[in-house]
Design a protein around this ligand. Structure first.
Ligand code: BGC
Length: 398
């Protein structure tokens, strides 16, 4: 991690070297033969190799790096398993179309991210793809990209308060929440509870600066609120609102502290049965708190997550995390690549949502991919046989 941070800082400090960057060091290259067979795989016509737009945008096979169109990727952080993998998948898909790709990780610092994007603008990138740390803090730098004629695409996290964003590509974030809620209800057996019985639950939601976090919460509560209302779920802290349960920066450490506080303050004479955790990182925090509070496999709670990071998959196999919401970043990368193609060539990208993603300036045309639940029953099939991770990658995850 230190190496990645140093790399990010060096790239910050050396704008001249900016577009020659950190990508290869910071990114995990997936196996080049891995192909997803998931139902939300983009149409064949969208696949980078087959797209009609290829012939318009693909540069000459012999083009030097200087002649290639430059796509800049601004990712929020390199410390979670998810974002380096997103970046690596995007890089692979874009390079297959002969773009040159530069990647920066902002290590969860909005100011670093803003400066990195400003450098991308100064270096005249042909398109900038941004997964924001703080969705509302990039208004002015997005404006300068717009003024420089550079299309901006919001990747998985919406950019707020700007009309300089062309498209948003993500997973269905509210759908992620409803899938999570349904899986929690099922794993906790809420429908089968005898009259008068209940399960205790606490909520660990994502960053208030990330619109995805609130959408996930809305979807989750659509499913779980009726159980809270009829008493089959009991939240002893009474912290059930998004504002009361969101965790700054999606921080694992803060989730751990919060879970420790809950366990000490509210669960000394009654066990916590469910941690509704909005991401794998937050789940790791809850797991650590539960372990130090002495929970064992005899009374281990249901714990949710999101992203199917390799470590989460290991935890699912070992039983410390119950399930995760799988968002195949290969599919997102392919979809984003075809949107980049459209943005760079000035054609229209395929979208499937024109309603949900209002960023206070416009409803951003969006393409939303479908998430899926992964638990111990389907992990082998979906994740390992599906080529997302090898069994070894999961075993060695830490
Ligand atoms: C993404 C999640 C991720 C979270 C923390 C969210 O914006 O939608 O997939 O778990 O950020 O990185």
């Amino acid at each position: 991690m230190k190496k990645k941070l140093l790399c990010a800082l060096l790239c910050m400090a050396l704008p001249a070297a900016l577009l020659s960057g950190c990508a290869s060091d910071s990114s995990k290259e997936p196996d080049s033969d891995k192909v997803s067979d998931s139902e939300n795989k983009p149409d064949e016509t969208d696949s980078p190799q087959d797209s009609e737009a290829d012939s318009d945008t693909k540069t000459d096979e012999t083009a030097s790096d200087d002649e290639k169109k430059k796509i800049a990727l601004s990712m929020p952080e390199s410390t979670s398993g998810r974002w380096p993998m997103d970046a690596a998948n995007m890089k692979k898909a874009l390079e297959a179309l002969d773009y040159s790709v530069e990647i920066q990780f902002a290590e969860n610092d909005p100011k670093i991210q803003e400066a990195q994007i400003a450098d991308f603008v100064a270096a005249q990138a042909d398109c900038i793809v941004i997964a924001a740390v703080d969705a509302g803090s990039l208004v002015s730098v997005s404006e300068s990209a717009k003024n420089a004629g550079i299309p901006v695409i919001a990747y998985d996290r919406l950019l707020m308060d700007t009309d300089a964003v062309h498209y948003f590509v993500s997973f269905d974030n509210k759908g992620t929440g409803t899938e999570m809620g349904k899986a929690i209800a099922e794993e906790a057996g809420l429908e089968q509870l005898p009259e008068g019985e209940y399960r205790t639950i606490e909520f660990f939601m994502g960053s208030e600066k990330d619109k995805n976090a609130r959408l996930l919460y809305n979807g989750l509560m659509e499913v779980l609120q009726p159980y809270l209302d009829d008493g089959r779920l009991v939240c002893k802290t009474e912290r059930t609102s998004f504002d009361d349960t969101s965790i700054a920066d999606w921080s694992q450490e803060k989730a751990k502290q919060r879970c420790e506080n809950y366990l000490e303050g509210y669960y000394m004479d009654e066990e916590l049965d469910i941690c509704a955790s909005a991401s794998d990182g937050l789940a790791y925090g809850c797991i650590a708190a539960l372990q130090s509070a002495g929970y064992t496999d005899q009374n281990w709670p249901v714990i949710s997550g999101q992203d199917c990071e390799a470590l989460a998959c290991k935890n699912i196999q070992e039983g410390t995390q119950t399930f995760s919401i799988y968002k195949d970043t290969r599919i997102l990368a392919e979809r984003c690549t075809s949107i980049v193609q459209a943005a760079v060539t000035g054609t229209e990208a395929e979208i499937n949502d024109t309603e949900q993603y209002d960023n206070n300036k416009l409803i951003v045309p969006s393409y939303l991919c479908l998430p899926a639940v992964v638990n111990k029953d389907n992990l082998q099939d979906v994740i390992i046989d599906g080529g997302y991770y090898t069994a070894d990658e999961i075993e060695s995850a830490e």
